[in-house]
Design a protein around this ligand. Sequence first.
Ligand code: NAD
Length: 484
Amino acid sequence: MHPAQPTASHFINGEYIEDSSGAPIDLIYPATGESLGRVHAATPEIVEQALASAKAAQRAWAATSGTERGRVLRRAADLIRERNRELSVLETYDTGKPLSETLYVDATSGADALEYFGGLAGSLTGEHIQLGDDWVYTRREALGLCVGIGAWNYPTQIACWKGAPALACGNSMVFKPSETTPICALKVAEILCEAGLPPGLYNVIQGRGDVGASLVSDARVDKVSLTGSVPTGRKVYAAAAEGIKHVTMELGGKSPLIIFDDADLENAVGGAVLANFYSSGQVCSNGTRVFVQSGIKARFLERLAERMATARIGDPQDEAVNFGPMVSQRQLDIVLGYIEQGKAEGARLVYGGTRLDQPGFYLEPTLFADVHDDMTIAREEIFGPVMSVLDFDDEDDVIERANRTEFGLSAGVFTQEVTRAHRVIASLEAGSCFINSYNDAPVEAPFGGAKLSGVGRENSKNAINHYSQMKSVYVRMGDVEAPF
Ligand code: NAD
């Protein structure tokens, strides 16, 4: 058995559960295209077990003190850090992302979320509002049973970013990872359990969209948090609306990165690399429309192509490698299709653009210049390592063009002029923004999108509002005056 093969497909009520009558889901290793093993999609019985155990466990958990809940989360964070290498290797098998990334940003960022929300749990309070002799107090209460549904690009991180605030607030969770990356969330569930989380509070079940849909439509579910594409977001949001459920939607993007003439060249190039090629470009917040002012364009493109040529592409388990394969054949085909479309519509291919002639889903980091706003590669989310460079001269013009998109996840600006940096960022319609940087996502900062890119925020104190609700209690100290 391959070490990436999980003990069983699902983790319910504190233990691994198998039900091999569910549809098979192969664990395809993106670096080789080989199957490392298999899990099975949840059958209706498995879905029922997961929801029933989450429902049954939630009340008692919400009745514990925040400090007690936080202690469990912080213990889980410590266990994750202790096992970072083992978890990072698994993340690399699950996604194909290079170990040189996963060692630093996946399990570690999951641990950050558990530590941060574990720390906050004990300080979650309501307030007291004096009204003469009468008064109102508010109680911050859990929502109840939360469903988390993940995308395939950050399976450990997403499982923790949803689970940590949910559990800190006294909720339970049923989490369904993407069918493309089923492995890592099971480890998160196992570790939470080992850290002392009572059974039933964090369950993981496998499956495709139909399993996700059956979770969302269940009447016992109070909240749904989805990380995925806009089309899926529309369906899940609509299904949640039927039951007036709370939602958090972390969806796609086509974010602008604006580089002014006065930008520090090396930093701007580094920012553009981070905004397009980290995780082989499979990052929702990527700044894939890179607007470059005409005075710096030639030097920017030259230096960027030079630095792209130093990418070390290869076996993602080799720590010297810093650029891995695409997650799947399907995603590779989608991205190759966009590259062909870019060429056909007249964009100038400056670097890359070809699939590597070897097993696995490898594609070169790719750079297009002379891209226009109306080209398909400048409008649609590609979700792969394809950067589009667009030209501009005027600040107001570039802001208008940058905002001319249905998406609004992220935006970045590189300039050394401090007032311009803040002025431009203030005008951009996006949730997570960067000045002279790109793609930082510390747990202390709210993360999420505007426009079609999403609803609600993950991380930071802000996430607490999306996993709890206020009960307000009016207390009358005198007699009740009634009209009759
Ligand atoms: P996807 O939308 O295809 O799938 C996301 C998840 O939804 C999967 O687990 C899938 O099984 C499930 N699903 C599909 N149909 C469903 C339905 N009808 N009901 C319930 N669940 C359903 O997305 P993907 O291809 O896995 O991920 C890539 C997308 O995710 C990109 O658009 C990317 O931008 C986005 N993303 C966003 C963020 C963010 O934080 N904003 C982070 C990562 C990825």
